[in-house]
Design a protein around this ligand. Structure first.
Ligand SMILES: Cc1ncc(COP(=O)(O)O)c(C=O)c1O
Length: 337
């Protein structure tokens, strides 16, 4: 369960992304499934902290140590989230952050990589700027990048104008985290009290702070008897803002189609494709089937917004019989990615 970039970046690095199943409660990588997928060819594990929670880092870091794997934390959806009071992106070898316009820290596009390894930091600089690193001293008017040339890179530089936007937004991030968390706690409390068959996700006990990119709600679809796609359409109509199911899991996602690119043919052989996606992913399918999402911006307003949410849920769930009989009402693929 992730945006396709978590896998396509692996292909572009010349490696094969091997998908593993997720915990159906959180949508984050299942440590046991990750362990079972390790072979002598495995080099790294990418851990996506999804929507509003954090993957089981204790278990994943232990597996990485045992098999000598690098850990890349995909924090595109988790800026500021904490595991045992440590910010995600500082527990693995690398943290990758997105500043794309929908994210909690948005610059328009761009991102950042974190590492505590000085040598990796240097290599990352070169990969980002055609083999150049930052100069120690920059004379006024001169270039701040100097040729190093020990690693050939490409131009992945974030425009400075966008970095300035991100820095400006960074100053607001803590207050926005607090506002979103207060609103989400209240919405989850009220949904639990209403007993509508919709509740907040249970996070791992070690998540000491959540960062809400998308508030994920768990739907008891079997009791309600209406697919999340239909509920999403009805809730979106009530609220006049998007409530939507997650993207399809990568193994059935139209975004993940390596066979369309000749440059991936060395990895995307018959064997490679089997190794990557050739098994079932019941946890991911269950998460997709039972989750509703709403974007973090919905949690930045006033308390009456939570009333609106609760009223919309009450109204939609009071009308499930009518919804069950609705034909042709399918979820709109609303996405901020
Ligand atoms: C989990 C995840 N990983 C990676 C990305 C890619 O980030 P970007 O759009 O900045 O390339 C996104 C978002 O788009 C994401 O949600």
């Amino acid at each position: 369960m992730t945006w396709v970039a978590s896998a396509s970046a692996v292909l572009r690095a010349g490696a094969l992304p091997v998908l593993v199943d997720v915990d159906p409660e959180t949508g984050c990588i299942d440590a046991r499934a990750a362990e079972q997928a390790v072979t002598s060819a495995t080099r790294a594990v990418i851990v996506v902290h999804l929507a509003c929670t954090v993957a089981d880092l204790d278990a994943l870091l232990a597996i990485a140590t045992r098999f000598d794997l690098a850990v890349v934390e995909d924090c595109a959806q988790a800026h500021g989230a904490e595991w045992r009071n440590r910010q995600v992106g500082t527990l693995g070898d690398f943290g990758a952050f997105s500043f794309q316009s929908g994210k909690v820290l948005a610059a328009g596009e761009g991102g950042a990589v974190t590492t505590s390894s000085p040598s990796a930091f240097r290599t990352l600089q070169q990969l980002r700027a055609d083999g150049r690193t930052y100069a120690d001293d920059v004379a006024p008017g001169s270039m701040e990048l100097v040729v190093d040339g020990t690693v050939m890179g490409a131009n992945h530089c974030m425009p400075e104008v966008l970095a300035a936007v991100a820095l400006d937004r960074l100053a607001q991030l803590e207050a926005q985290h607090d506002r979103r968390t207060t609103q989400a706690d209240e919405l989850e409390r009220r949904l639990a009290a209403e007993a509508l068959g919709i509740r907040g996700l249970s996070s791992h006990a070690c998540v000491t702070r959540r960062s809400i990119y998308e508030l994920a709600l768990r739907v008891d679809v079997d009791a309600i008897g209406v697919p999340v796609d239909t509920l999403a359409t009805a809730l979106t109509a009530e609220l006049e803002r998007p409530v939507y199911p997650p993207h399809d899991p990568l193994h059935r996602s139209p975004y993940f189609s390596p066979s369309t690119r000749p440059r991936f043919r060395n990895q995307w052989t018959k064997d490679g494709a089997m190794r990557s996606v050739g098994r079932s992913f019941p946890g991911a399918d269950a998460y997709r089937r039972s989750t509703l999402l709403t974007h973090h911006a919905a949690l930045l307003g006033g308390e009456d917004d939570i009333d609106d949410f609760v009223h919309a849920f009450q109204k939609v769930l009071a009308n499930v019989v009518a919804l069950r009989n609705t034909s042709g009402v399918e979820g709109r693929a609303v996405s901020y990615s």
